[in-house]
Design a protein around this ligand. Sequence first.
Ligand code: FAD
Length: 458
Amino acid sequence: MSNPIYQTVIIGGGFTGLFTALHLSHQHYPRSVILIDKNGRFCFKPLLYEYFSGEMDSMQVTPLFTELLRGSGVIFVQAEVESIDLENRQVHLSSGDCYNYSNLVLAVGSVTGYFDVAGAKESALPFWMQKDAIAIDRHLHKCLEAAIHTTDPKTRRQLLTVAVVGGGPSGVEMAATLADFLPHWYAAMNGNSQEVRVVLINRSEEILKGDINSHLREIAENELQKRTIPIEMILGAKVTAVLPNALEYQRDGQVEILPTYTTIWTAGTATHPLIQNLPIPAEHRDQRGRLQVTPTLQLPDYPEVFAGGDCAVVEENPLPPTAQVAYQQGAAIANNLTATALGDDLKPATVNIRGTLLKLGLHNAAANIFDLLEVTGELGHLIRQGTYLELLPTPVHNFKATAEWINDEILQRYLANGDTEKTAIRAIELVGGAVVGVLAARKLLQMLGDENKSSDKS
Ligand SMILES: Cc1cc2nc3c(=O)[nH]c(=O)nc-3n(C[C@H](O)[C@H](O)[C@H](O)COP(=O)(O)OP(=O)(O)OC[C@H]3O[C@@H](n4cnc5c(N)ncnc54)[C@H](O)[C@@H]3O)c2cc1C
């Protein structure tokens, strides 16, 4: 395949890669841009729980790249990248095709990590992409269906027990979501909803340990007990094997078995194999094998290559692997690519950690804003959903990050006036108001759209 000399290739259309491409388009980047992703759809992972629970649809949570990039000038290629030749500046696809690049953006994220636990890869269900949400949904429906028709109480209990491995944010959000909607599904099948069990198993004695959300622990612990069915917690337990019909773990030196047909695995992440296989020495990687990048997000030995999001770590300033870091790094990479093309100086990426948002069941969430204020319940849910709704990348012609307006213009402005709780509360009221306004406006537009559709039909 022949290529022009000046061609930027982005591998991975997640938060880093897609936002790099969208920003480049807005900056009228003078070089051709190719975005390669193995999937045809962007996956807004923080909202995967809403997609799973039916609170949001696939158009919102997993929009098509072709639609998002229409009119952007970015060429989208749906293909799996098999290897990268850093010396010859080439990207090789599993189809056998190859792309040359003058600049490369590595944005492949990370993969599920199973820590060599026996049977975990084969028998546990991961929750990472849209296909995983669909697979878990189907599996749970089958289990509930079988439970309804089972007369043996032991088998029924096994079918109605769902184990969630990992007490990090993903495990907590998953357990809370399941504990709210599974009992309703089962009751709708005429089952006894009180027979449904959701069990959260965690290696440490504390959930959310060492996580950016750790200050929401107490709130999360309380909320987990207030779901439609309370969540059972098995803490300080090391999972040693996953079988199709049971989970084995060790606690206090004892081996214990939890009979269950459903183990959902949220326990860990691992470095992407493409990243592992790059000929980058250990001194330019962190302990987990992620790539160390300069403050301008370049590989030290290959300055034409940028990397951001979950697959990279900034030297001396490691940031949590989150969507908010990834999309801000995407914007910074775009700025530096444009600067490179124009011969300008590159700038270090600045990332603001604006707070954390944790889904704690249906229509319930906790929001921690700038470590100053915690908002829970329905308002927390509105702030979380509104923030993410506004972050959803829209087709390029109306791409504008209203969330950044909410975060930067409102929060930063109020906090700049003095970091007092009072100003933060005022900011929250405004954010809450803005979010509710946005949601209401959307609802209104949707209703008007529906009305137009029905009047078109009549
Ligand atoms: C269930 C879940 C919930 C989460 N919730 C939150 C949250 O509430 N808040 C938060 O801040 N963060 C959350 N995160 C973390 C956040 O989603 C990630 O930190 C973020 O997506 C990282 O962005 P990224 O661009 O590095 O990678 P990703 O967004 O993972 O994108 C990587 C892209 O690369 C593509 N790709 C991978 N391999 C190849 C290949 N070989 N060839 C071609 N394409 C490839 C993938 O298809 C994918 O589109 C959550 C993650 C998960 C899994």
